[in-house]
Design a protein. Structure first.
Length: 667
């Protein structure tokens, strides 16, 4: 069914079983006390699920290259010995695995950072010291030492992290390399560092060892590499012994989204397609490839020799296996939300996955057959209820899933209608198939009946949330006011002037939906973000073109401070930048006076202002829906509360699904 995706790749000295590379992800297990054993279980499930080649999260080749003071390092024989548990777990299932070697350079979050030049990164706390020639040579030697140790640990190869703005990338680009010696100046001198590094690594590991070089093909920053630069470096890398060229898109300091759900699927494969004809070694493409159909299309059209997918393997370790078995509809698709993976890592927490809470918790969150099979009622078929019901049924319980509406999905059914969140539809599709697969008895259009609930062994209340109502004069005027659920569900006409009360995630989503350009293609999206598809500008970037919406929209919040970021730590800036580009008015520190035929009257500072809104949209949070709450105590310890029914707050699908799976695994 996927002839290109599942075709083996011959590297001469070894063969990969398919064209799937599991891209590098930092999970937080790399530094965990028992992290390598947990990491081994994490990678083992993915190897068992059919991945052709796994690349680990980044390990530093020396102390100064660490991302933070306590980040993972791989530089000593003891590290190699400890890592054998990882390589053995992968090889047990016929998989192959490469260790990523990453030197943070000026991105390091400690005062001992080093780089090509002493230029502080906009996202770093410390300015790096400029490396002396001796330090450069020592760093190259450190990479070679780590690669040699990786081979002794049983790794099949290493990936040299030469993209995303880390040290190697910092030497390559004029933006960060202001040197005038033999390691800077002309491009030929700037690319000397990666070339010498690869030479040193190849010398110590021999011929029969995979060297992947992660090449930044699109820097998306000013003074980045030109297309000619990228091609020249790719060709030189091939000459000095690189086995595979992997693609990197964008530096971490670039202000352009590259992997978030707002990014169209396969948005950057055209870059790899342009580079591929200039080299004869395999080239890997990446970013926002999350289905076997998309991967097959990319490979069949000749954009690359392999596809790299990282987060899709957090979502479903059996991605490849299900594709092989023609069961792609059963793949738990990555929705690109970042909420449990990157957001967690940037907070110093362990990564996981919104749609798969077992990711990186394989040794702790176990789904095992139930010893005592029970009759369980789950009330509510939103994310929490679906996760709980299917987990319970998988373990052998008889489960009735009771839903008052005519469809499953809950808040996800609203979310999938927001531009840039269409992927949420995939989660509903996945759970619909899981209901059938696990044998859950789904009862739609069925309000819960308390007397019937008392007949079950266990009752799980996952009844979700509803919009919070505000006490503002005139808020009950149906011609002037609408809540977010009604607006999204019924596509309410809003006129030309819209006031949105509430600047949390929902308010931002509504503003995005109302101002979204019509019929936006991939080329439109690239143009909107200033990405030069012709690669005529250094870094692939030209000035941002602002495209204001025809609507006049205000987004407001009561608290003072920054407005428009929404809840996502790694995606909030994207939402804010999008709304700013569209001319949306973002107002903080607002008090709401009244709503009348003239619009919304607000108090800003000490001044009363009128916003001439045709429609006022209420996005001021949610409250839990708790049917017959006064009777819950009658069910005693057999009653369980999860999801939005437990805590409303800001919509938190990560918590909702995790609660559902954890309870389902426990009962």
């Amino acid at each position: 069914m996927y002839p290109h995706l599942l075709k083996p790749l011959d590297l001469g000295f070894t063969q990969l079983r398919n064209r799937v590379l599991m891209g590098s992800m930092h999970t937080g297990l790399e530094e965990h006390k028992e992290g390598l054993h947990k990491l081994a279980a994490f990678y083992e499930e993915r190897a068992k699920g059919g991945v052709g080649l796994i690349v680990t999260g980044g390990f530093s080749p020396n102390l100064r290259g660490r991302l933070s003071p306590f980040s993972a390092e791989f530089s000593r024989p003891k590290h190699a010995k400890e890592h054998q548990v990882v390589t053995e777990a992968v090889h047990k299932h016929g998989g192959k695995i490469a260790l990523q070697l990453l030197h943070a350079g000026r991105y390091a979050m400690h005062p001992f950072s080093q780089s090509a030049s002493s230029m502080k990164a906009p996202i770093a706390k410390f300015a790096p010291s400029e490396m002396s020639e001796r330090q450069i040579l020592n760093t190259i030697e450190a990479f070679a030492n780590s690669a040699s140790l990786a081979k002794s640990a049983g790794y099949d190869g290493v990936e040299l992290m030469g993209s995303e703005g880390y040290l190697i990338n910092q030497f390559i680009c004029k933006r960060t390399n202001m040197r005038y010696d033999d390691w800077g100046g002309t491009y030929k001198k700037r690319m000397r560092f990666p070339i010498e590094l690869v030479k040193a690594v190849r010398e110590v590991v021999g011929k029969d060892f995979i060297i992947i070089f992660r090449l930044s093909m699109l820097d998306l920053v000013e003074e980045g590499s030109t297309f000619e630069d990228v091609v020249m470096l790719a060709q030189e890398l091939e000459k000095v012994g690189v086995t595979i060229i992997n693609t990197g898109i964008g530096w971490h300091e670039a202000r352009i989204p590259t992997i978030a759900t707002q990014v169209p699927r396969g948005a950057f494969t055209w870059v790899t397609e342009k580079v591929k004809p200039y080299v004869s070694i395999p080239v890997v493409t990446c970013n926002r490839i999350n289905t076997p159909e998309e991967a097959e299309r990319i490979l069949s059209e000749g954009h690359a020799d392999m596809v790299s997918m990282a987060r899709p393997f957090l979502a479903d370790p059996e991605f490849v296996l299900k594709a092989e078995q023609s069961r792609s509809q059963h793949i738990n698709t990555c929705i690109g939300c970042n909420q449990a993976c990157l957001d967690n890592v940037f907070k110093g927490k362990r990564a996981s996955c919104l749609v798969n809470p077992r990711a990186c918790h394989e040794t702790e969150l176990l789904i095992e057959p139930a010893k005592n099979k029970k009759r369980v009622a789950v009330v509510g078929a939103g994310p929490a209820g679906l996760a709980c019901a299917t987990t319970l049924a998988e373990r052998g319980h008889h489960v009735d899933l009771i839903e008052k509406n005519d469809r499953i999905g809950g808040q996800f059914r609203l979310a999938m209608q927001i531009p840039g969140k269409e992927e949420f539809r995939e989660t509903i599709r996945y759970f619909a198939n899981r209901l059938d697969e696990t044998g859950v008895n789904l009862l739609l259009d069925t309000p819960a009946d308390f007397e019937q609930l008392k007949e079950y062994d266990e009752v799980v209340m996952a009844s979700g949330v509803e919009p919070r109502k505000l006490n503002i004069e005139g808020i009950d005027n149906p011609e002037k006011v609408v809540d977010y659920q009604t607006l999204i569900r019924e596509k309410t006409h809003v006129g030309n002037n819209v006031a949105i009360i509430g600047a949390g995630g929902i308010g931002i989503d509504v503003a995005t939906m109302l101002t979204e350009p019509v019929h936006q293609t991939l080329d439109d999206w690239l143009h909107d973000w200033g990405i030069d598809k012709q690669l005529e500008h250094p870094g692939g970037l030209f000035p941002f073109p602002d495209a204001e919406s025809e609507l006049n929209v205000w987004v407001m919040q009561r608290k003072k401070g920054r407005v428009g970021k929404g809840p996502g730590k790694t995606t909030g800036w994207i939402h804010k930048r999008t709304l700013e580009k569209r001319g949306v008015n973002l107002l903080g520190g607002i008090q709401y006076e009244k709503i009348d035929d003239d619009g919304l009257h607000i108090i800003k500072g000490k001044k009363i202002e009128l916003l001439p809104a045709d429609k006022v949209v209420i996005c001021a949070g949610q409250v839990s829906v708790r049917p017959f709450e006064e009777k819950w105590q009658e069910l005693g310890e057999h009653f369980h509360l999860i999801g939005g029914a437990d805590v409303a707050g800001e919509l938190d699908a990560v918590r909702a699904i995790r609660q559902g799976v954890e309870l389902g695994a426990k009962l």
